[in-house]
Ligand binder design. Structure first.
Ligand code: ATP
Ligand code: MG
Length: 295
């Protein structure tokens, strides 16, 4: 029962707010007193650490060739041998602390070729479960309460690893005519994983993002989503807020803004409410799973 709760932010579409959501839900969970680790598998541009002003550090490490081991190393056949050789430092060096109360394993350019490398792993179980094995063996002993994995906006071997390890998806969706199809496609994807492999990946939260309540249509889309996803629909939507964009550009989340705008305050409240709901759902599920194992 010491296992941390886990989720990943995922939708097979770019730019809906996966990284923004991972960063803000992470800080919101930390505000509730949880120890939180964020893992960036979303690509070399390091969007996630940019939300915490730590990109300079990562970039300097890469430039100085002081960037090994990194997040892509843990997927390699040799990882166990590397970890044994380096001892505790192997994992410690992967993790960056931030001043918003969350720790981050940043992305790395090595993620670029990872999809193809994983494609060469013959056994499907082995190909998709490498992140899960890493988290179980090397991260769980560190005692984090929650692990959030930020995934790329496409379905590939890397995102499958994230889905497999997290088992729970938070899908940020924009309100628009084709968005419900995206969420439908995601549900179908998750069903396929469940059918092909013996793992259940749940759609834990469908989170409307960039909602512009000044438009009448937004209300209609929100209603339609709530109807389509009664169990997973987030309790609060995140409004469109220029402050979210500005905060990210200045290396912060909206939680670190000293003078947040009205929309930024609403976004904060929404992330706090959603984080609480997510933690409740995942904690209940974990308890049920543990009960099942005991029975
Ligand atoms: N609620 C919001 N209001 C205003 N801007 C937002 C909001 N949410 C996200 N954004 C902005 O939208 C852009 C895309 O967000 P983000 O990077 O989180 O999406 P993503 O799904 O991770 O994208 P990618 O698929 O490229 O990884 C960013 O510039 C971000 O600052
Ligand atoms: Mg992203």
């Amino acid at each position: 029962m010491s296992r941390s709760i886990r989720a990943c932010t995922f939708l097979d579409k770019g730019g809906t707010g996966k990284t923004t959501t991972a960063a803000h839900l992470g800080v919101a969970l930390a505000e509730q007193g949880m120890d939180v680790l964020l893992v960036d598998l979303a690509g070399k541009q390091g969007d996630l650490v940019k939300h915490f002003g730590r990109w300079d550090t990562v970039e300097a490490q890469i430039a100085d060739e002081d960037d090994w081991p990194n997040v892509s190393t843990v997927f390699q056949d040799q990882w166990d041998a590397i970890a044994e050789k380096l001892g505790d430092a192997a994992v410690e060096n992967l993790i960056l602390e931030t001043d918003e109360g969350v720790d981050v394993i940043p992305a790395h350019p090595g993620l670029d070729s990872l999809d193809a490398e994983l494609g060469n792993v013959d056994d499907a179980q082995d190909r998709y479960s490498r992140l899960d094995s890493f988290l179980n063996e090397y991260i769980e002993p560190l005692g984090y309460d929650a692990i959030l994995v930020d995934l790329p906006g496409l379905t590939n071997n890397v995102s499958y690893n994230g889905l497999w390890a997290a088992r729970n998806v938070v899908a940020p969706v924009e309100m628009g005519p084709f968005e419900s199809e995206q969420a439908e496609a995601l549900r179908a994807d998750l069903d396929t994983i469940g059918a092909n492999f013996d793992v259940d990946v749940e759609l834990a939260m469908v989170l409307p993002n960039k909602v512009d309540t000044r438009t009448k249509l937004a209300e209609e889309y929100l209603d339609a989503f709530e109807e389509a996803y009664p169990d997973a629909f987030a309790p609060a939507f995140v409004p469109v807020s220029q402050d979210i964009r500005n905060a990210a550009e200045s290396g912060r989340t909206v939680f670190a803004l000293e003078e947040p705008s009205t929309t930024a305050e609403r976004a904060r409240d929404a992330f706090l409410e959603n984080a609480e709901a997510l933690a409740d759902r995942l904690t209940d599920e974990r308890a049920a799973a543990a009960g099942g194992e005991l029975a």
